[in-house]
Design a protein around this ligand. Sequence first.
Ligand code: GLY
Length: 380
Amino acid sequence: MDSGCIGWLDEALTCARVQTRKAIDDLGNGFKPSHSTDNFYQPSGNDEWTNGMWTGEINIMYELTGDDFFKQKALEHVCSFKKRIDSLYCINNHDMGFLYSPSCVAAYKLYNSGTGKEAAVAAAGYLMSRFQEKGRFIQAWGPVGDRNNYRLIIDCLMNIPLLFWASSITGDPRYGRVAMAHFDTSINCVLRDDDSTFHTYYFDPDTGMPLYGVTHQGNRNDSAWSRGQAWGIYGSALAYRYTGSARALEVFNRTLDFFLRHLPASVIPYWDFDFSDGSSEPRDSSALAIAVCGMLEMADDLNDAGLRATAVSLCETLFKKCAVKDPSISNGQLLHGVYCRKTPTNDARNRGVDECNTWGDYFYVEALKRIISPGWRAYW
Ligand code: GLY
């Protein structure tokens, strides 16, 4: 792993490799759970929305090192993901992209895994089954059609690339059509005039009319949840890559502009943009890692050196302030994330507050890979 001219990157890549290896040693055949406890992950099953990103971290480590140890481990995971979709085990939500893109699409792209391809196409099929014609969106949570769950969430912008991929791999344009319909509906609802975003948006199950935005993991309904804003940035960058849509580019620019304008002077965002310098609220490092990947994706697509330089500088800060550099303090990659934070004005519960989380670890190593290999195509 030779990073050429970026001084901090060699150390970052070395630390990242040590951390992935340590986590594999600690977890054995288990998966990382969604978040750490006191900065250490304990072995967990393949039963959350986050498992694909642990496999994705291993895949990126294979690409960075060429070490077959990582490839074998990732391929073991693919068998587990195939079983999971075949038995529909813990598959009652829209998180198919988070689960199957960094694991099974990646295994197909990297190792030509037929099992990976089959599992990912099956997961795309399941995601299609959650599309609601009334409202034209993919239902995020709960039984399909459930009146109390008739809503989309911004996070799903990271699930629809699986549909674009499925169209390209099967030749069936219906996946891509659903992806684009969901993208358009989402953006028409969640993007506010000030370029911040709602986390979730309800629809009338009888008429499909958009009703109102509500938060689940943000501070309050009208605030900008940092990670949701980051899902908007990266999700629109990926929609732009697949479709070249001018609307996707506009959404990328607007969501990114809001994100960058509201970063604190200390750079690492608080978990909601309601909070800034001087607040005692925790940060969410994962939000910055996601946004950096979206910026690097778009910088490649537009050949925009300025955007790339900004993203690299943000990633350097992430490395300096949040990356684990000593395996005795954590078996994760990125400290100071927040999964959910309970406040008087949301319906979340405290979970993974000021901890490592699986997706923060993944997007951080994805960012490192993107920085060392400009033009690299991610698994999404
Ligand atoms: N996609 C769920 C989350 O960001 O917490």
